[in-house]
Design a protein around this ligand. Structure first.
Ligand code: ADP
Length: 192
């Protein structure tokens, strides 16, 4: 299997790039942000609880997102070439849980592709996206800054977790969408 983590701060382009990569490599896209927003739209108890964190720009508790991932892996294991994880894992505890869940299924993370984008550019992109995304957490500058801060404190250590395993590649995330896609494909093509 080809199991990729698209890694990077909020607004770094993970969702945009994942949309292309899933069709190119026939992978299943798993975005915890999208899954949580679906739960909210359904009005489920999980969605309502998650919303309290999301609207403040805080991470949702690990056990909530790990449970969702566990279910998705069960649903798709054996049916796809692999997965692209987007917005997950966001803490070292999530990374360890993911590694264990994949090991139980006889597979593992192949590579972590980390998009590098400056904070000024992130803020600009998210505010721009906020004009049309309908996401409350994309419009308030304080909330966006809190998301970036959560990333800096809790999520950056995930990169270190995979660097120690020799699985991390850093990608310049500030070119055009196509340029970044090409950089990602060059990394992925040598894996196969
Ligand atoms: P972005 O990458 O632009 O922040 P996401 O859709 O990935 O957008 O995430 C939106 C929000 O959903 C996060 O700020 C957080 O509250 C919640 N969330 C998404 N994924 C996770 C996760 N793996 N762990 C905890 N919270 C998450």
């Amino acid at each position: 299997m080809l199991n990729l983590i698209l890694f990077g701060p909020p607004g770094s382009g993970k969702g945009t790039q994942a949309a292309f990569l899933i069709s190119q490599y026939l992978l299943k896209h798993i975005s915890t942000g999208d899954l949580l927003r679906e739960e909210k739209a359904k009005g489920s108890k999980l969605g309502m609880e998650a919303q309290r964190y999301m609207e403040q720009g805080l991470l949702v508790p690990d056990e909530v997102v790990i449970g969702m991932i566990d279910q998705k892996l069960d649903e798709f294991a054996g049916k796809v070439n692999g997965f692209i994880f987007d917005g997950f894992p966001r803490t070292v505890a999530q990374a360890e849980a993911l590694d264990n869940l994949l090991a139980e299924k006889g597979t593992e993370i192949t590579k972590v592709l980390a998009l590098q984008v400056s904070e000024a550019e992130l803020l600009r992109r998210i505010l721009e996206r906020g004009k049309t995304s309908g996401r409350a957490d994309d419009v308030n500058e304080e909330t966006i800054k809190r998301r970036v801060q959560e990333y800096n404190v809790k999520t950056i250590p995930v990169a270190e977790h995979y660097a120690k395993k020799g699985k991390l590649s850093n990608i310049d995330g500030e070119g055009s969408i196509d340029e970044i896609t090409d950089l990602l494909c060059a990394e992925i093509d040598v894996l196969q």
